[in-house]
Design a protein around this ligand. Structure first.
Ligand code: CNA
Length: 253
Protein backbone atom coordinates (compact mmCIF):
# COMPACT_ATOMS: atom_id res chain seq x y z
CA UNK A 1 0.00 0.00 0.00
CA UNK A 2 2.76 2.40 0.99
CA UNK A 3 4.71 1.41 -2.13
CA UNK A 4 1.96 2.92 -4.28
CA UNK A 5 1.99 6.08 -2.17
CA UNK A 6 5.79 6.37 -2.52
CA UNK A 7 5.62 5.62 -6.25
CA UNK A 8 3.15 8.52 -6.55
CA UNK A 9 5.53 10.79 -4.65
CA UNK A 10 8.36 9.86 -7.03
CA UNK A 11 6.12 10.32 -10.07
CA UNK A 12 5.14 13.73 -8.80
CA UNK A 13 8.81 14.59 -8.16
CA UNK A 14 9.63 13.57 -11.73
CA UNK A 15 6.75 15.65 -13.12
CA UNK A 16 7.46 18.76 -11.05
CA UNK A 17 11.24 18.51 -11.00
CA UNK A 18 11.30 18.18 -7.23
CA UNK A 19 14.62 17.60 -5.54
CA UNK A 20 15.38 14.41 -3.67
CA UNK A 21 18.15 13.92 -1.09
CA UNK A 22 19.17 10.39 -0.14
CA UNK A 23 20.84 9.31 3.10
CA UNK A 24 22.59 6.00 2.51
CA UNK A 25 24.00 3.29 4.76
CA UNK A 26 25.64 -0.11 4.66
CA UNK A 27 22.31 -1.91 4.02
CA UNK A 28 22.42 -0.63 0.42
CA UNK A 29 25.51 -2.76 -0.20
CA UNK A 30 24.78 -5.97 1.74
CA UNK A 31 23.38 -7.72 -1.34
CA UNK A 32 26.70 -6.98 -3.09
CA UNK A 33 28.30 -9.20 -0.44
CA UNK A 34 29.64 -6.46 1.87
CA UNK A 35 28.34 -7.00 5.42
CA UNK A 36 26.93 -4.07 7.38
CA UNK A 37 27.91 -3.38 11.01
CA UNK A 38 24.85 -4.17 13.07
CA UNK A 39 22.60 -6.78 11.40
CA UNK A 40 22.30 -9.65 13.89
CA UNK A 41 24.39 -12.65 12.84
CA UNK A 42 25.63 -11.33 9.48
CA UNK A 43 26.86 -7.86 10.57
CA UNK A 44 30.59 -7.26 11.14
CA UNK A 45 30.18 -6.58 14.85
CA UNK A 46 28.89 -10.14 15.40
CA UNK A 47 31.83 -11.64 13.53
CA UNK A 48 34.96 -10.17 15.07
CA UNK A 49 35.55 -12.72 17.83
CA UNK A 50 38.81 -14.01 16.26
CA UNK A 51 40.38 -10.54 16.29
CA UNK A 52 40.79 -10.33 20.08
CA UNK A 53 39.60 -6.72 20.31
CA UNK A 54 38.70 -4.70 23.43
CA UNK A 55 35.36 -3.97 21.70
CA UNK A 56 34.03 -4.51 18.13
CA UNK A 57 34.28 -0.75 17.47
CA UNK A 58 38.04 -0.78 18.30
CA UNK A 59 38.83 -2.13 14.85
CA UNK A 60 37.65 1.19 13.36
CA UNK A 61 39.04 3.42 16.13
CA UNK A 62 42.00 5.58 15.07
CA UNK A 63 43.60 5.45 18.53
CA UNK A 64 43.48 1.66 18.58
CA UNK A 65 44.68 1.51 14.95
CA UNK A 66 47.81 3.52 15.82
CA UNK A 67 48.72 0.99 18.52
CA UNK A 68 47.62 -2.17 16.72
CA UNK A 69 46.77 -1.83 13.00
CA UNK A 70 46.89 -5.59 12.34
CA UNK A 71 43.20 -6.42 12.98
CA UNK A 72 42.10 -3.59 10.67
CA UNK A 73 44.28 -4.83 7.80
CA UNK A 74 43.25 -8.44 8.36
CA UNK A 75 39.61 -7.42 8.11
CA UNK A 76 40.29 -5.14 5.15
CA UNK A 77 41.98 -7.92 3.16
CA UNK A 78 39.16 -10.32 4.03
CA UNK A 79 36.42 -7.82 3.16
CA UNK A 80 37.73 -5.96 0.15
CA UNK A 81 39.44 -8.74 -1.77
CA UNK A 82 36.73 -8.96 -4.42
CA UNK A 83 35.47 -6.78 -7.23
CA UNK A 84 32.10 -5.85 -5.71
CA UNK A 85 29.35 -4.71 -8.03
CA UNK A 86 26.62 -2.11 -7.37
CA UNK A 87 23.25 -3.38 -6.18
CA UNK A 88 19.73 -2.74 -7.49
CA UNK A 89 19.49 0.01 -4.88
CA UNK A 90 22.50 1.79 -6.43
CA UNK A 91 20.89 1.41 -9.88
CA UNK A 92 17.70 2.97 -8.51
CA UNK A 93 19.71 5.98 -7.32
CA UNK A 94 21.25 6.24 -10.80
CA UNK A 95 17.70 6.28 -12.21
CA UNK A 96 16.81 9.19 -9.91
CA UNK A 97 19.89 10.99 -11.27
CA UNK A 98 18.92 10.23 -14.88
CA UNK A 99 15.45 11.65 -14.21
CA UNK A 100 17.11 14.87 -12.95
CA UNK A 101 15.51 14.64 -9.51
CA UNK A 102 18.52 13.53 -7.43
CA UNK A 103 19.90 16.49 -5.51
CA UNK A 104 22.52 14.76 -3.33
CA UNK A 105 23.40 11.39 -1.84
CA UNK A 106 24.85 11.67 1.64
CA UNK A 107 26.54 8.32 2.10
CA UNK A 108 28.14 6.64 5.08
CA UNK A 109 29.44 3.93 2.80
CA UNK A 110 33.10 3.72 1.95
CA UNK A 111 32.84 1.08 -0.79
CA UNK A 112 32.56 3.44 -3.77
CA UNK A 113 29.62 1.52 -5.27
CA UNK A 114 27.63 4.73 -5.87
CA UNK A 115 30.25 5.94 -8.38
CA UNK A 116 30.61 2.45 -9.83
CA UNK A 117 26.87 2.56 -10.56
CA UNK A 118 27.46 5.69 -12.65
CA UNK A 119 26.36 8.34 -10.16
CA UNK A 120 28.05 11.70 -10.74
CA UNK A 121 30.74 12.13 -8.01
CA UNK A 122 29.57 15.76 -7.65
CA UNK A 123 26.26 14.47 -6.29
CA UNK A 124 27.85 12.18 -3.70
CA UNK A 125 28.76 13.56 -0.29
CA UNK A 126 30.96 11.13 1.60
CA UNK A 127 30.38 11.34 5.34
CA UNK A 128 32.97 8.72 6.23
CA UNK A 129 35.41 8.96 3.33
CA UNK A 130 36.16 6.25 0.82
CA UNK A 131 38.62 3.40 0.32
CA UNK A 132 39.57 4.82 -3.10
CA UNK A 133 42.64 6.66 -1.79
CA UNK A 134 44.99 6.24 1.15
CA UNK A 135 47.43 8.31 3.16
CA UNK A 136 50.12 7.94 5.80
CA UNK A 137 48.67 8.06 9.30
CA UNK A 138 51.66 10.19 10.45
CA UNK A 139 52.99 12.45 7.66
CA UNK A 140 49.73 12.35 5.57
CA UNK A 141 51.54 11.57 2.28
CA UNK A 142 48.88 10.57 -0.23
CA UNK A 143 48.89 7.19 -1.91
CA UNK A 144 46.65 7.11 -4.95
CA UNK A 145 47.26 3.55 -6.05
CA UNK A 146 45.47 0.84 -4.14
CA UNK A 147 48.05 -0.54 -1.75
CA UNK A 148 48.70 -4.21 -1.53
CA UNK A 149 46.13 -6.27 0.32
CA UNK A 150 47.33 -8.87 2.89
CA UNK A 151 50.17 -6.88 4.42
CA UNK A 152 50.51 -3.75 6.54
CA UNK A 153 51.53 -1.02 4.08
CA UNK A 154 54.29 1.32 5.22
CA UNK A 155 54.84 4.92 4.11
CA UNK A 156 57.87 5.44 1.85
CA UNK A 157 58.54 8.87 3.39
CA UNK A 158 58.32 8.32 7.16
CA UNK A 159 57.59 4.60 7.61
CA UNK A 160 54.23 5.33 9.26
CA UNK A 161 51.27 3.06 8.52
CA UNK A 162 49.31 3.79 5.36
CA UNK A 163 45.57 3.88 6.03
CA UNK A 164 42.62 4.25 3.65
CA UNK A 165 41.06 7.73 3.62
CA UNK A 166 38.02 6.61 5.56
CA UNK A 167 36.86 8.28 8.77
CA UNK A 168 37.74 6.15 11.78
CA UNK A 169 35.96 6.54 15.11
CA UNK A 170 37.48 9.52 16.96
CA UNK A 171 38.28 11.40 13.74
CA UNK A 172 36.54 14.49 12.41
CA UNK A 173 34.22 14.30 9.43
CA UNK A 174 35.18 15.77 6.02
CA UNK A 175 34.66 19.53 5.64
CA UNK A 176 32.71 18.94 2.42
CA UNK A 177 30.20 16.84 4.35
CA UNK A 178 29.83 19.42 7.13
CA UNK A 179 29.38 22.25 4.61
CA UNK A 180 26.86 20.30 2.50
CA UNK A 181 24.49 19.19 5.27
CA UNK A 182 22.36 22.42 5.17
CA UNK A 183 21.40 21.52 1.58
CA UNK A 184 19.11 18.89 3.09
CA UNK A 185 16.83 21.70 4.32
CA UNK A 186 16.04 22.58 0.67
CA UNK A 187 14.96 19.15 -0.56
CA UNK A 188 11.34 18.22 -1.22
CA UNK A 189 11.79 14.52 -0.54
CA UNK A 190 14.28 12.79 1.77
CA UNK A 191 14.85 9.06 1.29
CA UNK A 192 16.78 7.18 3.97
CA UNK A 193 18.07 3.77 2.83
CA UNK A 194 19.86 0.90 4.61
CA UNK A 195 21.06 2.60 7.76
CA UNK A 196 20.47 2.05 11.46
CA UNK A 197 20.88 5.84 11.96
CA UNK A 198 23.00 5.11 14.98
CA UNK A 199 26.35 6.64 14.02
CA UNK A 200 26.55 10.33 14.95
CA UNK A 201 26.74 13.02 13.71
CA UNK A 202 25.42 11.42 10.50
CA UNK A 203 22.30 10.13 12.23
CA UNK A 204 21.28 13.67 13.21
CA UNK A 205 21.32 15.14 9.67
CA UNK A 206 17.85 13.77 9.04
CA UNK A 207 16.70 16.62 11.32
CA UNK A 208 17.83 19.18 8.74
CA UNK A 209 14.87 18.29 6.52
CA UNK A 210 12.15 20.96 6.53
CA UNK A 211 8.74 20.34 8.05
CA UNK A 212 7.22 20.17 4.53
CA UNK A 213 9.77 17.67 3.25
CA UNK A 214 8.35 14.19 2.64
CA UNK A 215 10.47 11.66 4.53
CA UNK A 216 10.69 8.05 3.39
CA UNK A 217 12.56 5.14 5.00
CA UNK A 218 13.55 2.06 3.00
CA UNK A 219 15.07 -0.36 5.49
CA UNK A 220 14.66 -3.73 7.18
CA UNK A 221 13.65 -2.05 10.44
CA UNK A 222 12.29 1.27 11.67
CA UNK A 223 15.13 3.57 12.76
CA UNK A 224 15.67 7.09 14.14
CA UNK A 225 12.63 9.39 13.91
CA UNK A 226 10.80 6.82 11.73
CA UNK A 227 10.13 4.80 14.90
CA UNK A 228 7.67 7.45 16.01
CA UNK A 229 4.22 8.40 14.79
CA UNK A 230 4.44 10.99 11.98
CA UNK A 231 8.17 10.22 11.62
CA UNK A 232 7.71 9.51 7.93
CA UNK A 233 6.65 6.77 5.51
CA UNK A 234 8.31 3.40 6.20
CA UNK A 235 8.86 0.79 3.50
CA UNK A 236 10.20 -2.17 5.43
CA UNK A 237 12.12 -5.08 3.91
CA UNK A 238 15.00 -5.64 1.52
CA UNK A 239 15.89 -2.33 -0.14
CA UNK A 240 16.62 -4.04 -3.48
CA UNK A 241 13.18 -5.64 -3.52
CA UNK A 242 11.44 -2.43 -2.50
CA UNK A 243 13.13 -0.25 -5.14
CA UNK A 244 12.47 -2.94 -7.76
CA UNK A 245 8.81 -2.87 -6.82
CA UNK A 246 8.75 0.95 -7.03
CA UNK A 247 10.39 0.87 -10.48
CA UNK A 248 7.83 -1.72 -11.64
CA UNK A 249 4.92 0.45 -10.46
CA UNK A 250 6.44 3.53 -12.12
CA UNK A 251 7.45 1.60 -15.23
CA UNK A 252 11.01 2.89 -14.76
CA UNK A 253 13.34 0.51 -16.58
P1 CNA B 1 24.50 -0.46 10.29
O1 CNA B 1 24.51 0.20 11.60
O2 CNA B 1 25.13 -1.79 10.18
O3 CNA B 1 22.96 -0.55 9.85
C1 CNA B 1 22.56 -1.13 8.65
C2 CNA B 1 21.05 -0.99 8.54
O4 CNA B 1 20.67 -1.46 7.25
C3 CNA B 1 20.27 -1.79 9.57
O5 CNA B 1 19.19 -1.02 10.03
C4 CNA B 1 19.78 -3.01 8.78
O6 CNA B 1 18.56 -3.51 9.26
C5 CNA B 1 19.62 -2.42 7.40
N1 CNA B 1 19.81 -3.36 6.31
C6 CNA B 1 20.81 -4.28 6.15
N2 CNA B 1 20.70 -4.91 4.97
C7 CNA B 1 19.58 -4.39 4.37
C8 CNA B 1 18.93 -4.64 3.14
N3 CNA B 1 19.39 -5.53 2.25
N4 CNA B 1 17.82 -3.95 2.85
C9 CNA B 1 17.32 -3.01 3.72
N5 CNA B 1 17.90 -2.74 4.91
C10 CNA B 1 19.02 -3.41 5.23
O7 CNA B 1 25.15 0.46 9.15
P2 CNA B 1 25.08 2.04 8.99
O8 CNA B 1 25.40 2.33 7.58
O9 CNA B 1 23.87 2.61 9.58
O10 CNA B 1 26.29 2.49 9.93
C11 CNA B 1 27.19 3.41 9.56
C12 CNA B 1 28.60 2.86 9.43
C13 CNA B 1 28.65 1.57 8.70
C14 CNA B 1 29.42 3.79 8.62
O11 CNA B 1 30.47 4.28 9.38
C15 CNA B 1 29.99 2.97 7.45
O12 CNA B 1 31.27 3.36 7.06
C16 CNA B 1 29.94 1.58 7.94
N6 CNA B 1 29.96 0.50 6.95
C17 CNA B 1 30.01 0.73 5.61
C18 CNA B 1 30.00 -0.33 4.72
C19 CNA B 1 30.06 -0.07 3.23
O13 CNA B 1 30.71 0.87 2.79
N7 CNA B 1 29.37 -0.90 2.43
C20 CNA B 1 29.93 -1.64 5.21
C21 CNA B 1 29.91 -1.84 6.60
C22 CNA B 1 29.91 -0.77 7.46
Amino acid sequence: MYNIEVADILKNADKNNHKICVLLGAGASTSAGIPDFRSAGTGLYDNLKDYDLPSPESIFDINYFKINPKPFYQLRSKLFNKDFQPTKTHSFLKTLQDKGILSRIFTQNIDGLEEKAGIDPELIIYAHGSIKTSSCVDCKTKYSIEYEINKIPICEVCEGYIRPDIVFFNETLPQKFIQSVPQISKCDVLIVIGTSLSVYPFASIVDYASKDCIKILINKEKVGPFRFENGGICLLGSCDEIVNDLCDILDWK
